[in-house]
Design a protein around this ligand. Structure first.
Ligand code: FMN
Length: 170
């Protein structure tokens, strides 16, 4: 349990770099039937078929939409969306507000799945839900990648030490 972990250990684990993404689900054009959340705990987990695992808290509105629609999109976050990722999608609840309206973000529609997208995200990955596993205090959702494309040439941010950081390619 978290209460048994030292704060040093928790701080050290924050030094594990993660992608910074918005996971979106639901009907793109229908406030109340769409949602999304900031996510850092996600990773590729299989080449063939191409699978991605996302670790979510099961009480989240976004998780309920993923279960209902059986698909979702992963949208990498670049600088222009950094603040709404942390201050809107990462803290507000889709049970209470339409985060797209609060953030002033007009979502696009998935090409291959029914889910919102961030049209100018550096990388948009569309997934079908193919499995889920309870893990500790989270649920790992497994998405099979059915489409992926670039929405812009902006650099993606990563999640590092509780904040965003820029990626530089050597
Ligand atoms: C940078 C950042 C990364 C986050 N990563 C995750 C994550 O990987 N898994 C998770 O369950 N919650 C994560 N959260 C918290 C959710 O985004 C947050 O609880 C959100 O309000 C859930 O919204 P919803 O209930 O509308 O789905 C993160 C928050 C921030 C700010």
């Amino acid at each position: 349990m978290v209460s048994n972990l030292s704060s040093d250990l928790m701080e050290l684990l924050e030094e594990l770099p993660h992608p910074l993404a918005l996971v979106l689900a639901g009907e793109p054009r229908t406030p109340g039937r769409r949602g999304g959340m900031a996510v850092a705990w996600l990773s590729r987990v299989s080449w063939d078929p191409p699978l991605i695992a996302v670790s979510l808290t099961s009480s989240r509105h976004t998780y309920r939409l993923i279960k209902e629609f059986k698909c979702f999109t992963i949208n990498l976050v670049s600088k222009p969306l950094r603040d709404v990722t942390f201050n809107v999608f990462g803290v507000l609840s889709g049970w209470e507000v339409d985060k797209f309206k609060v953030a002033g973000v007009e979502p696009g529609s998935g090409r291959s799945v029914t889910a919102p997208t961030i049209p100018n995200s550096p990388l948009i990955i569309e997934c079908k839900l193919v499995g889920e596993f309870p893990v500790g205090d989270h649920v790992v959702v497994i998405g099979q990648v059915v489409d992926a494309y670039r929405g812009s040439n902006e650099s993606p941010l990563i999640y590092y030490k509780g904040d965003s950081a820029t990626v530089s390619v050597n």
